[in-house]
Design a protein around this ligand. Structure first.
Ligand SMILES: [Zn+2]
Ligand SMILES: [Zn+2]
Length: 330
């Protein structure tokens, strides 16, 4: 099978021919149709996340059809369409797994990081961590739901009932979550990099009540903000934008250092927190909600072998919505 391989962080991916993997008793073999590209993939390829298995097939927003099932798999059969998210394995017995916080499992393994992922024609995945894909979604539109959607949703949940909600960085996750926010009657304020008028226009088209540079303060204090961009300087910026008691959620897995800031912008019970990974419950909830809204994803398509171009486009901020690799089978 064809696959894109990371040999050395900091170097481009390489096209390779690998044997089709064989599922173990708890795994399914998936014939991949699409794989979303996530900013986390960039952090892995660029070497900012330092624990990848190498060589590695990246990609953790996989949509495909089950081609084979391991002998202990009961929940899926050959021909089912499934999605594979970032959380690929947990231990089921550490204190986090036992208390409903499997996203924090001490022994978690992640798809496209410690487990080969979806920049390939086939992959194997633990069936217990796969989700059925809602029927309403074509493969390509479903792919970004699996991380931008799922982990974005976990970050969104952490904002409680915030009525005025700020999004710092208006990429794949924000363009999904704004649709849920509007469906739930909330107002979204979009913050983009300075001069990104295309991104701001995109946010307004999707219903943002206000869109401007992240250097600006919103017209009114926000109840909460989610920082999707991997830029530590946005933490004090967002703290200045939220009202008393407001929460600032850092949604990314990697962020540049947070500059020091005066205590008074945290004072009055403002909260800064991060969100890590996802639980399967987040996935089930979000994939139930998405077709109800219904959430539409705007996808920028690249063939599998052009994965490096897709990563470059994401790195330079050229993607409105989500980038998705189309996996064609000869
Ligand atoms: Zn565990
Ligand atoms: Zn991701």
């Amino acid at each position: 099978m064809r696959a894109m391989i990371l040999d050395t962080p900091g170097k481009p991916l390489r096209v390779a021919n690998l044997p089709i993997p064989t599922p173990n008793p708890q795994q399914v073999l998936i014939r991949i149709r699409a794989c979303g590209i996530c900013r986390t993939d960039l952090h892995i390829v660029d070497g900012e996340l330092t624990q990848p298995k190498l060589p590695l097939v990246p990609g953790h927003q996989i949509v495909g059809i089950i081609a084979e099932v391991g002998e202990q798999v009961e929940q899926f059969k050959v021909g089912d369409r499934v999605g594979v998210p970032w959380l690929g394995h947990t231990c089921h017995h550490c204190r986090y797994c036992l208390s409903g916080k499997e996203n924090l499992c001490d022994y978690a393994q992640f798809t496209g990081y410690q487990i080969d992922g979806g920049y390939a024609e086939y992959t194997v995945a633990d069936a217990r961590f796969c989700f059925p894909i809602p029927a309403d979604y074509p493969d390509l539109q479903a792919a970004p739901l699996l991380c931008a959607g799922l982990i974005g949703y976990r970050a969104y949940r952490m904002t409680g009932n915030a009525q005025k909600l700020g999004f710092y960085g208006f990429g794949a996750a924000a363009h999904i979550l704004i649709q849920l926010a509007r469906y739930q009657g909330r107002e979204v304020y979009a913050f983009t990099r300075e001069g990104d008028s295309k991104g701001q226009e995109f946010a307004r088209q999707l219903g943002a009540v206000w869109a401007s540079s992240s250097e600006e303060l919103p017209p009114e204090p926000l109840d909460a903000a989610i920082i999707f961009a991997p830029i530590g300087a946005l933490v004090p910026a967002a703290l200045r934008a939220v009202a008393k008691g407001g929460v600032v959620v850092c949604a990314g897995i990697h962020m540049s250092d947070i500059p020091s800031f005066p205590y008074h912008i945290l004072w009055e019970e403002r909260v800064v927190r991060s969100v890590a990974n996802l639980t399967r419950r987040d996935g089930e909830e979000f994939l139930t909600l998405a077709p109800q809204v219904p959430i539409h994803t705007e996808v920028n398509l690249f063939p599998l072998v052009k994965a490096n171009d897709a990563l470059d486009a994401l790195r330079s901020g050229k993607i409105n919505g989500a980038a998705v690799l189309v996996v064609a089978h000869d």
